[in-house]
Design a protein around this ligand. Structure first.
Ligand code: ATP
Ligand code: CA
Length: 181
C-alpha cells in the first residue's frame, strides 16, 4: 500500500474541530497510541528514511498491536511512501525478535489521536506528548498508483480547512529528538 500523507502544525484543536464539523467530517474514534521505533543494525533509518515500529493502540473498547514498516518518502512535497502494517498478538515477543536481530529501540512516541473521515480522506488531530498540535490528512492507495492527484487534493482540503502553511515533513520522532538537542 502507498500512504499519501501531509502533516501541518495547527493553532488549536478546538478551532480545527469546528472547521471539521462545518464540512461535515465525521469523527470516527479517539485512540491512544504508543509507538516504539527501532533502528536497523545495517543502516541508519534516519538516513535511509525508513521506519520500523511496534504500535500499541487503545480506545475505550479495544486494545491492539501492530508492526509497521515504512519505506522512504517518494516525493518532495508530502510524506508519500510505502507502508506495510500487520496486526500482532504479543509486542514483547516482536521486540525480542527485532532485538535478537540487532535492531535497537530508539524511542517511544506517545500521542492521543482523533480520527475523522471525510470523503476518501482520513484526518487525524494529533496530540503528540511533548509537541505542539498537528493535523494529518491521508489517502491510502494501491501500490503503483499515481499519487500526485491524491497529494494535490490533500493540499486542497487543507486550504478548505483554512490551513495554507505550517506543513511539516519531519516525523514526530525526529521533532521530539530535535527538542532534546
Ligand atoms: P502513522 O501515519 O503511521 O500513524 P505517525 O503519524 O505517528 O505514523 P510519522 O511521523 O508519520 O508518525 O512516521 C514515523 C516516522 O519516524 C517516519 O517518518 C520514519 O521515517 C521516522 N523514523 C523511524 N525510525 C527512525 C529513526 N531511527 N531515526 C529517525 N527517524 C525515524
Ligand atoms: Ca503520519
Amino acid at each position: 500500500m502507498i500512504e499519501v500523507e501531509v502533516k501541518a502544525k495547527i493553532k488549536s484543536f478546538d478551532e480545527m474541530r469546528k472547521m471539521l464539523d462545518e464540512i461535515n467530517a465525521v469523527k470516527v474514534k479517539t485512540e491512544h497510541q504508543e509507538d516504539r521505533y527501532f533502528n536497523s543494525p545495517v543502516c541508519d533509518f534516519a538516513q535511509t528514511d525508513e521506519a520500523l515500529r511496534i504500535r500499541e493502540t487503545k480506545t475505550d473498547e479495544k486494545h491492539n498491536l501492530f508492526i509497521t514498516y515504512k519505506g522512504p518518502k517518494i516525493d518532495a512535497k508530502s510524506k508519500t511512501r510505502e507502508e506495510v502494517e500487520m496486526e500482532i498478538e504479543d509486542a514483547d515477543k516482536a521486540s525480542k525478535i527485532f532485538e535478537n536481530l540487532g535492531f535497537k529501540e530508539v524511542r517511544t512516541v506517545v500521542k492521543d489521536r482523533e480520527y475523522y473521515k471525510y470523503e476518501n480522506y482520513e484526518i487525524s488531530l494529533d496530540n503528540v506528548h511533548g509537541l505542539d498540535p498537528y493535523m494529518e490528512i491521508e489517502i491510502s492507495l494501491e501500490d503503483n498508483s499515481d499519487y500526485s492527484k491524491a497529494q494535490e487534493s490533500i493540499f486542497k482540503l487543507f486550504e478548505k480547512l483554512g490551513i495554507t502553511d505550517g506543513f511539516e515533513r519531519t516525523s514526530y520522532l525526529e521533532l521530539l529528538e530535535e527538542l532534546d538537542n
